[in-house]
Design a protein around this ligand. Sequence first.
Ligand code: SAM
Length: 308
Amino acid sequence: MANKKDLDQTYTAIDRIFRLSIGEMADFSGAKYDGDFSRSLEYAQHEKHRYVAKSLNITKDSRVLDMGCGWGGFMNFIKEEIGASCLGLTMSRGQALACERNGFDVLVKDCRKVTVDEIGKFDSIVCIGALEHFCSIEEWKEGNQERIYREFFKTVYDLLLPGGKVYIQSMVFGENMIDYKDIKITAKKDTPSHLMALMIKEFPGSWLPYGTKMISRSAAPYFRLISKNSGRLDYIETIRQWRIRFRAFSIYKYAIYLSLLFKFLFKGQLKDRFTIFSTSPNKRCFEKGIMDHYRMVFEKNEDFLCNN
Ligand SMILES: C[S@@+](CC[C@H](N)C(=O)[O-])C[C@H]1O[C@@H](n2cnc3c(N)ncnc32)[C@H](O)[C@@H]1O
């Protein structure tokens, strides 16, 4: 899985730039436009929050766990609009500090391993954009990917009260995913080979599930899948909006870009970082069907309790 160092490289490194560009408590995951791309990014993120809360029947009396809470977008919705209590878990130190400053209850903890003794039980659990980081390339090569997801779902099962539901939102490999052996950073630009090589550099320690079937199969001992829909087109628009905002000029933000430039130069990562920023490999992978993106709702399979 992506460890703390990997996730700090992905998220803590861009902490200030993200908050200045997208918003102090903004979401860093696909929004929900429902086919209307004239809507604002903020509206579409809010629609996603409403959809998740409705899918999980969250009320003001619910206790909610946000696994991989980012900068607290969903926690803010739960607190402000529903009035329920919410605990966030993240592996990024920068995100945790930002969440604390904004008054959220947050812990830096691996959500795959957290126990009831440590954090108690919950009525609802969400995991938006974190599952992507649970399995590394090495773990996949060793044949451990499904075991990792299955153990994660066991953790979620133990943390959920009877009748509880979990919402999973994740990128997955799509029907045009290529063979691993064909992934090459030296390949021609904008080919699947080159785009996937950039994805690996952008998200170290992270390898995606092969479609939703792999996720639901891993969940099956503990959960029943009750709904699923693709957010691939929504994610393309979300990334398009992020890119406009990341580029929008402010002296303070561009000064941070400059300091990052020196940092990446010093670490020998400048060329890769620049190519990632100018190419947007995740957007291109969605557009080419190399990746897809799904929203899935699972309910607890109480039979598991009877049989074990
Ligand atoms: C793409 S961000 C999504 C953040 C947030 N859910 C949102 O929608 O804005 C992925 C998040 O998952 C977290 N994450 C990844 N692996 C994790 C793990 N094993 N335990 C806890 N958090 C993890 C990262 O730290 C980050 O906060």
